[in-house]
Unconditional design. Structure first.
Length: 560
């Protein structure tokens, strides 16, 4: 009986158990399929993000290094605050940032951000880790905009416009108002629904230190150009005139921050630097479409050679030498070098006075300029090597970089030097930042007539009568053709108050033209009247009643 009962069909309990097992299996398979689908979607998203970030960095590396700032594409004006960008109020790469934003949106992300950390080589082991080849970030724990390790690295609003977007030139080198480390760690983040989906960090360098030297830091392929340094100058000695200018011996030595390199037919430009071992350093001139020369680095990654091919494609004025390294399928970022080719030595002109000068305080000056043959983009005059000598003695001089004038004057008051009668020989020498030098001499004789029967002359008074501005420039000319004007005797009064005298005459008196000038400190009220008085004496002492002249005039402010 029992045996027969054991052979009966599938019971209800067994069926329910079987159904439960089958359900669990279905759920497991469904979950696995969902996970696989999510993994595939995630994989595609990561691949898209990776390609998108590579594209973004390729565009960022086309931006001028000095215009690469912190950015947020979801904020007005990309988070770039109101200010000037190296002389313009319009950010020149706004179109590039907008194009990136459009591509990011089309890829399904809400926006992107660019974060920047200023990095530098820790050559002094400031962080105390025993290494001098690692990189260290700009650190400002006390928030004074100055690096905690190196006070020379800082934020510096050089033009006082309230931002740090600009650059300025110091010692012939372009310097950023931001921390001038020449190396930025740039992080691009892609955002969606308020969260960072993916991000990528790369080093972008003015010097194209495109990776960290230590392999432990993950650098794969780099290129570093030691010569020519960025923002430097090239000289050419193909002509006798340039050779003579280069070899000319002058009194002062060039400062250490002025750097120039030779690049000509006889001695082509030396290209020297470092990349990965056995990588090929490739060079281009003024564009990246045609390779001009290349050199394979040695087992230590070093290359050092003179390139006639690169030299031949350089033009007078501004040039950009592009460099990058290749090895197998790897390519380094571009390493640009901006150089100025200077083909024309400086010149000295407009030397005064010459011949006989009847003035014991003449304006002794000359103009030194540096212009090109076909361009005005040259290395420029190096003020530090200018020397003015009179009768073989070095004398104090003032140099106006805007006009090129070098004048013999008291360096405190800027007034002309008082001379005794006699003959003087002046010598001016100087040079440009491409190491071309120049020298010029001229002579003059100081004579005065004593007695001088003509009192000093006063002319060209201005303004006189009415003035159509509330801030008029007050001018008057004083001169004497027999014994010359004594600058220390000049006194200019405005409304009875002395505004120009011997203590500040150098800033208001032009000995070459005789004009005394004064600009009031604040505007005058419209309709107000004013009195100007001028007094000046010449050098002759007899007759006593002809030594000094005084004159006065009135004007009133008349703004319709």
């Amino acid at each position: 009986m029992n045996k027969k009962n054991n052979t009966k069909g599938f019971g209800l309990v067994e069926a329910m158990v079987a159904m439960a097992i089958f359900g669990v299996a279905i759920i497991s398979i469904t979950a696995t399929m969902q996970m696989a689908m999510l993994s595939a979607v995630k994989s595609r998203e990561q691949l898209t993000s990776s390609r998108l970030l590579d594209m973004i960095f390729s565009k960022l590396k086309s931006i001028d290094y000095f215009f690469l700032f912190q950015t947020n594409s979801s904020l007005p004006n990309f988070f770039l605050s109101t200010g000037t960008f190296q002389g313009t109020t319009v950010y020149p790469y706004r179109t590039t940032l907008q194009n990136i934003h459009t591509i990011v949106k089309n890829a399904g992300f809400s926006h992107y951000t660019i974060d920047i950390v200023f990095m530098r080589r820790d050559t002094s082991d400031a962080n105390g880790n025993g290494l001098t080849s690692d990189l260290i970030a700009f650190t400002d724990n006390d928030q004074n905009l100055i690096d905690d390790y190196d006070p020379t690295i800082r934020y510096f609003d050089q033009n006082s416009d309230g931002d740090y977007y600009d650059t300025y030139t110091l010692g012939g080198r372009k310097i950023s108002e931001e921390p001038d480390t020449h190396l930025k760690e740039v992080t691009v983040k892609l955002w969606k629904k308020g969260y960072v989906v993916t991000q990528q960090t790369e080093l972008i360098s003015l010097e194209q230190f495109s990776g960290i030297e230590s392999m432990a830091s993950g650098a794969a392929l780099k290129i570093f150009i030691s010569q020519p340094a960025n923002a430097t100058f090239l000289y050419n000695l193909n002509t006798t005139a340039r050779q003579n200018a280069f070899m000319l011996a002058i009194t002062k030595s060039y400062p250490s921050d002025v750097t120039a390199y030779r690049a000509d037919t006889f001695y082509p430009l030396r290209l020297w630097g470092e990349t990965s071992p056995l990588a090929v350093a490739r060079f281009y001139v003024n564009n990246t479409s045609t390779e001009r020369d290349n050199r394979t680095s040695d087992m230590n990654g070093l290359f050092d050679f003179q390139s006639a091919a690169v030299t031949n494609y350089l033009v007078e004025g501004q040039n950009r030498i592009w460099a990058r390294a290749t090895k197998d399928a790897n390519v380094s970022p571009w390493g640009p070098r901006d150089v100025i080719v200077d083909l024309n030595p400086p010149t000295i002109s407009s030397a005064i006075p010459t011949g006989i000068v009847k003035n014991r305080a003449p304006r002794v000056s000359a103009v030194i300029t540096d212009t090109g043959i076909s361009t005005n983009t040259t290395s420029g005059i190096c003020a530090e090597v200018i020397t003015l000598k009179v009768n073989n003695n070095v004398v104090n001089h003032l140099y106006d970089s805007a006009t090129g004038e070098v004048v013999w004057a008291d360096t405190t008051t800027a007034a002309p030097i008082i001379l005794s009668t006699g003959t003087y020989t002046a010598l001016l020498e100087g040079g440009d930042r491409a190491y071309y030098k120049v020298r010029s001499t001229w002579s003059f004789t100081v004579e005065i007539e004593d007695p001088d029967n003509s009192a000093p002359s006063i002319a060209n008074r201005s303004p006189i009568g009415s003035a159509n501005t509330t801030l008029p420039l007050i001018q008057v000319r004083v001169f004497d053709n027999q014994s010359g004007i004594n600058p220390a005797s000049i006194v200019l009064k405005l409304n009875g108050q002395v505004v120009v005298n011997s203590s500040n005459i150098g800033s208001h008196y032009d000995a070459s033209s005789g004009f005394v000038s004064y600009l009031p400190a604040s505007p005058f009220p419209n309709g107000s009247s004013h009195t100007v008085e001028i007094t000046a004496s010449h050098w002759a002492t007899t007759p006593s009643d002809k030594v000094t002249s005084t004159d006065s005039w009135n004007f009133f402010i008349n703004i319709p």
